[in-house]
Design a protein around this ligand. Sequence first.
Ligand SMILES: Nc1nc2c(c(=O)[nH]1)N[C@H]1C(S)=C(S)[C@@H](COP(=O)(O)OP(=O)(O)OC[C@H]3O[C@@H](n4cnc5c(=O)[nH]c(N)nc54)[C@H](O)[C@@H]3O)O[C@H]1N2
Ligand SMILES: Nc1nc2c(c(=O)[nH]1)N[C@H]1C(S)=C(S)[C@@H](COP(=O)(O)OP(=O)(O)OC[C@H]3O[C@@H](n4cnc5c(=O)[nH]c(N)nc54)[C@H](O)[C@@H]3O)O[C@H]1N2
Ligand code: SF4
Ligand SMILES: [Mo]
Length: 758
Amino acid sequence: MTKRIAYRTCPLCEATCGLELHLDDDELTLVRGDKDDVFSNGFLCPKGTALKQLDADPNRIRTPQIRRGDTWHDATWDEAFAEIEARLLPIIERDGRDAVGLYLGNPTAHNLSAIIYNKVLIQSLGTTNVFSASTVDQMPKQISSGLMFGGGLSVPIADVDRMDYMVIMGANPYASNGSLMTAPDFPGRLEALRERGGKIVVIDPRRSQTAEKSDEHLFIRPGTDAHFLFGVVNVLVTEGLVDLGHCAPFVERMDEIERLAPTFAPEVVAPVCGIDADTIRRVARELASTERAGIYARIGTCTQEFGTVTSWLVDVVNILAGNFDREGAMMFPLPATGGATSGNKGGKGRGIRLGRRTSRVKQMPEAFGEFPVATLADEIETPGAGQIKAMITVAGNPVVSTPDARRLDRAFDSLEFMVSIDIYRNETTKHADVILPSPRVLTKGHYDIAFYSLSVRNVANYSPPVVELTGAEAHEWETILRLSALLAGQGSTIEAAAMLDDFALATVVQKGATRSDSPIEGRDTAELIEALSTNGRRGPERILDFMLRTGPYGDQFGADGHEDGLSLAKLEANPHGIDLGPLQPRLPDALAMPNAMIDLAPDAIVADVEARLIPSLDRRANGEMVLVGRRDLRSNNSWMHNIKVLVKGKPRCTLQIHPDDATRFGVTDGAVTRVRSRVGEVELPAEVTDGIMPGVVSIPHGWGHDAAGADMDVAAEYAGVNSNVLADGLLMDPLSGNSVLNGIPVTVEALVPAHSSV
Ligand SMILES: Nc1nc2c(c(=O)[nH]1)N[C@H]1C(S)=C(S)[C@@H](COP(=O)(O)OP(=O)(O)OC[C@H]3O[C@@H](n4cnc5c(=O)[nH]c(N)nc54)[C@H](O)[C@@H]3O)O[C@H]1N2
Ligand SMILES: Nc1nc2c(c(=O)[nH]1)N[C@H]1C(S)=C(S)[C@@H](COP(=O)(O)OP(=O)(O)OC[C@H]3O[C@@H](n4cnc5c(=O)[nH]c(N)nc54)[C@H](O)[C@@H]3O)O[C@H]1N2
Ligand code: SF4
Ligand SMILES: [Mo]
């Protein structure tokens, strides 16, 4: 046996921790934090360690699967693709391309193959019916960022390592390790902030672990962050605390903010959000007077009724308080692969266009090429031209992750055909007719194109594959491209996939060579492609190499003065990553607006403020209960629940409820309790705790692993309940189509009365 150590970035969450993998031959025996990783310095969490158990999980699918009736059969890749060809292509022939729906799940964002080639899959499929986890997640932030700064990923990031005052809203990084803010050891960074004398304020309807470790925790009524934030805007404006600083020349439409602000006096918003007027005033003053400060807001502020307005207000407050594009404040990263904020000299870009088409049944507008996933079931169930008859899912479990889950489950049951690229047969993929497995994590090269563009430092780190493919394994990129080739009518051979890969590369190189702001403008594309293809390199690494070499730190294929720049080869020589330094001020270059300005008051958002937010100012707590979610460090969305070391111990899928409400409803700690919403009901054990606000209950999402026909032994043993059975598909933030997953009206009922009346 040969013992060896390899280094690899963890692909499980957005924190991009460096792992030190201990192997005996090709068997993973131990996972540790990589102390030399330039970004994570040895930090890791229990999920990272559990990559070992994930790798060894006997339920993980290793061979393509074909279902006949209720029976699953191992198949060869050729048989699996032949089945897809025989059953999917006739549906497209008969009903057109929109008859196939596509769902792209969360792990595709952590997966180099999927990030690079999902575009090819979408183009080859040619359907308008594209859905993803984005509309149960960050779509509101993408819309507000796009409308204000010009790009859907132009998201300002908290410069946490230099910040002295941080307001955290709707995020629990002690459990999640952060999101839309890449920061390995997020907790350590928060502790460092406090150790240097800084202050952290957490605003959350639950006293989360992050709240417990903060200086101040404010309970807020779910879905009222926009009210609170407009109260802060009001204070900044009326007290003369607005200070745009060096951003002033790039900010337009301050007049609109001044027009709207008076409506939201602290005394007006306080009874809506549950945070008193004095506190709103104090937080506003602290944000304005602290030199290095900012508000970081995440999923609790997106997956709610006023998601887009809230996401916008976060940036408005940061800009007004002078906490923008400066050290220690909110800043735009400059990622090594280029991206949303790096290619626009002088800040001039095309901006974003929304609603280029609408969905068939509910006329929901598209955003960034997709429709709200909450309307997927409508599109499957409603007959007529354009009805979805077949589905393709890639790394997604929408039957657990998206609203009105029971209905989507039934809708999937009615499909004529379904293909899933996945590693488990779970609540969603059990509906598939063919499952194409992704190989072991260790066979995949890794580079976080998405998360380094949202990172608190500029970092580049590439992990090469640690082991070779074995048995029936195939590269995930090849599987995506074989499926794409098949859908494009080019057959599904490996050769056809290779041709698509060459085509994808040629397209990006061509585009680079004709862009006036590209470092390779006018270069010979054939020569560049040859340089990228040395040693037979192809697949995602070849395209990544191109992105790195033409990115802001790239070697520009050896152009004068850039010889030491980045390339994949350079990253291969630096297995612990390359630190490209702290974030830098980037205005105006980071903008991508037609007039190179920040739009402080986009029309669509102002219209929503007037149509919905202002009329909601008379809302008051009325004794009715609302449901919110939460995350646990040892859990990962709807998966990783088949790993015993992560799920054992005290049950995590519980109903958190305040003692006052427990008394009111006769609920006792540990007792099975029924929760009902307009669309469904679940029964689960209560956890009575004053760590949650009165009037609010919390159930984590991602559970409910008791579906017949799934094949996950451990998950079934620790099934829990699916909170999205309660999420109402009709509740959406209208501007983004994002589902409301926090603030769902529910009723709570004790199943066994706490005090028997006899
Ligand atoms: N109520 C409620 N619902 C929520 C949320 C919430 O806060 N509350 N959060 C939402 C959020 S933020 C998100 S991102 C979504 C996530 O929801 P989904 O998009 O459904 O993603 P996951 O739940 O992570 O499911 C991942 C799927 O990918 C598979 N998989 C894992 N690794 C790989 C791989 O390497 N290759 C392939 N091909 N497959 C793989 C897993 O087996 C699983 O089927 O859930 C959303 N749903
Ligand atoms: N361990 C673990 N890590 C993960 C994941 C996981 O499932 N498990 N999922 C990953 C994914 S896909 C994502 S998107 C990120 C999400 O990362 P985070 O945004 O940190 O998400 P949560 O940990 O769910 O924290 C959300 C918080 O919002 C609060 N909240 C609910 N409603 C409201 C509201 O109306 N207003 C305010 N102010 N707060 C509210 C909840 O009580 C909760 O504490 O985590 C990622 N990391
Ligand atoms: S924090 Fe995220 S990236 Fe780091 S080890 Fe845990 S799951 Fe992996
Ligand atoms: Mo997410």
